[in-house]
Design a protein around this ligand. Structure first.
Ligand SMILES: Cc1ncc(COP(=O)(O)O)c(C=O)c1O
Length: 436
């Protein structure tokens, strides 16, 4: 019997559903894969099988697993006692580094997860504006707290009209009244964004959105949508909030906001910011951030906020992102992998397609139209995608499916062009197995 199967059976005796976190079950396999060892762009499971990692910790691992520069930064903190829940110099050093790299950030605060980052940023937007409503983009994902767990992965038959998408709850247990605070607008619909502001302008605290919609694989905003995001909230005294938990540092050191040339009032950063350790950030204009206690009256605190181990890892990671050549390498790898995969789909006559930017990408199957919004990808062929992921895993390339509509995948900077070729070779076999 495989040790992976054995451990899943054992885990179900004490961990609810056998996992520490629900989406760790890989839906293509029906169980999690347990990894015993990781190095660079590779993982080894409990049965000793080796994989090239194209999940990369759901985006947290952008440098690569076990990077020695991050490891020695962490070890220095451990050697010094790792006193947590106190302020220290490293937190200021990290904040200075982020403010220098990310255009929106004049002041920042540190939290553990992306979920906490959006939760606090939303409270702050409400405290600053004195308004309650949020414009949320249909399908965009902002973490697991109750304010935003609506309209993520809505089934095709529950979407409702584009002018008034259904606030479909992404979990049981969410008070229905919370949906009343949300105004839903499809991605890339500047006309419907303007209509929402025309109707509710003086009640809206903020628009929260993924500036690059990576949670649907990789969907880019049109220039018209970007222009509306830049104009509508400001015209009506509301804030623009970019959730860059997934997009930060992915395609450039200033994140999607720098890449797209639109600076929001507030933003959240997560995943890659911690270099593989639990740290997320929210930040923005000083005038808004000064509404946080102790200067203002909006609360944000937490025992583990700014933990020195994570902060040290983040400083080391950001130095790596800022070093010359880092993003040239990322873009070279991306071009090779995306082109290679698209060619393989074509060669084998499999209706698959890759769209990506920087170190993250989506693989779509079947009819996904022009890839402009959640409504395009809701019809993609999930059964074929799950077959693809299973075939890839069998051949030594790890993709994760967490059960959403489409998925996001990614690679890390530790990958070389030779590793990319090896991944493409293995995936050629996987794609060939889907043909016919
Ligand atoms: C855009 C976005 N926001 C928020 C989150 C939540 O972050 P976390 O899983 O760290 O709580 C995620 C996680 O995937 C995300 O992609």
């Amino acid at each position: 019997m495989s040790r992976v199967t054995e451990l899943f059976a054992r885990a179900q005796g004490s961990l609810a559903g056998g996992v520490a976190s629900s989406t760790r079950v890989n839906r293509a396999l029906g169980h999690p894969l347990y990894f015993e060892r990781a190095a660079g762009c590779r993982l080894w499971d409990l049965d000793g099988r080796e994989y090239i990692d194209l999940c990369c910790s759901h985006g947290a691992t952008l440098v690569g697993h076990g990077d020695p520069r991050i490891r020695s930064a962490v070890e220095r903190v451990l050697d010094a006692g790792a006193a947590c829940s106190y302020e220290n110099e490293l937190q200021t050093e990290l904040a200075e580094q982020i403010c220098a790299m990310v255009p929106a950030c004049e002041r920042v605060r540190l939290v553990g997860s992306g979920t906490e980052a959006t939760m606090h940023a939303i409270r702050l937007a409400r405290a600053y504006t004195g308004r309650a409503k949020l414009v949320k983009i249909e399908g965009n994902f902002h973490g697991y707290h109750d304010q935003v767990m609506f309209s993520i992965g809505t089934p095709a038959d529950k979407l409702g009209p584009e002018s008034a998408p259904t606030p479909w709850a992404g979990s049981a247990g969410i008070a229905p009244g919370l949906a009343e605070q949300l105004i839903l607008v499809p991605y890339n619909r500047p006309d419907l964004l303007a209509a929402a502001f025309a109707r509710h302008g003086d009640e809206i605290a903020a628009v929260i959105c993924e500036p690059i919609y990576y949670n649907a694989g990789c969907i880019l905003p049109t220039p018209e949508f970007l222009a509306a995001l830049g104009e509508e909230p400001r015209r009506h005294g509301a804030l623009l909030m970019f959730d860059e938990v997934l997009s930060a540092f992915r395609m450039g050191k200033g994140g999607a906001q720098e890449y797209l040339g639109l600076t929001p009032d507030l933003c959240t950063l997560g995943k890659a910011v911690g270099g593989g350790y639990p740290l997320s950030v929210f930040g923005g204009r000083r005038e808004i951030m000064d509404h946080l206690m102790p200067v203002g009256n909006c609360q944000h605190s937490g025992t583990y906020n700014g933990h020195p181990v994570s902060v040290a890892a983040a400083i080391a990671a950001l130095q790596i992102y800022a070093a010359p050549g880092f993003y040239e390498h990322i873009h070279r790898l991306g071009e090779r992998l995306f082109r290679g995969l698209n060619e393989a789909f074509e060669r084998h006559g499999v209706p698959g397609r890759v769209a990506g930017l920087g170190a993250r990408f989506g693989v779509y199957f079947g009819p996904v139209g022009s890839l402009t919004s959640y409504r395009d990808i809701v019809h993609h062929d999930r059964p074929l995608m799950l077959r693809f992921i299973r075939a890839a895993i069998e051949r030594g390339v790890y993709f994760h499916d967490y059960g959403g509509g489409a998925c996001h995948h990614g690679f890390c900077a530790a990958m070389t062009l030779a590793d990319a070729e090896e991944a493409l070779d293995r995936l050629d076999g996987a794609i060939a197995s889907l043909a016919g």
